[in-house]
Write a new protein. Structure first.
Ligand code: FES
Length: 152
């Protein structure tokens, strides 16, 4: 039994092998693995007797699920209206240049994942950037490199 198979067994068991608990099972797995590898989804399908296509259908509906590994640090650039008018697009462009990836991507060394959001509720402090849930306000493109250096 592989590590993933054993983990899926444990999680599925903790939800009483109930296929109505599919979303909870997927949330638990993602919480433990950081993302949902295909091997895990196939195993969930086998153990819960749910077609894998159905699992992808369900998981794809929720933004919370990821089908690719995430970086150790998740960077979210706010592109909401208030941040946008203050230059968020330039901040995002600089992030993409510094990290060498586009939004939604993860650096090859699995250090950073770059995402965008549409408002984090601190519009007056925009442009806003969140790193691992920590808020950074009034970020301009020239503050991007120093911000990233803090996570080196
Ligand atoms: S629009 Fe960026 S925090 Fe509201």
């Amino acid at each position: 039994m592989t590590g993933v198979t054993a983990l899926v067994s444990k999680v599925v068991e903790s939800h009483h092998r109930d296929k109505d608990q599919l979303i909870q099972v997927l949330l638990d797995l993602q919480g433990r693995l950081g993302w949902l590898p295909q091997e895990a989804l196939t195993e969930v399908g086998r153990q819960l007797r749910v077609p894998v296509t159905r699992i992808y259908q369900v998981a794809s509906y929720y933004k919370a699920f990821s089908f690719a590994p995430k970086g150790r640090h998740t960077i979210k650039v706010c592109l909401g209206t208030a941040c946008h008018v203050r230059g968020a697009a330039r901040v995002l462009e600089k992030m993409e240049t510094d990290l060498g990836i586009k939004r939604t991507e993860t650096t090859p060394d699995l250090k950073y994942t770059l995402e965008t959001v549409n408002c984090v509720g601190c519009c007056a402090l925009g442009p806003m950037v969140m790193v691992d849930g920590q808020y950074h306000g009034q970020i301009s493109s020239d503050k991007v490199s120093p911000l990233l250096e803090k996570y080196e």
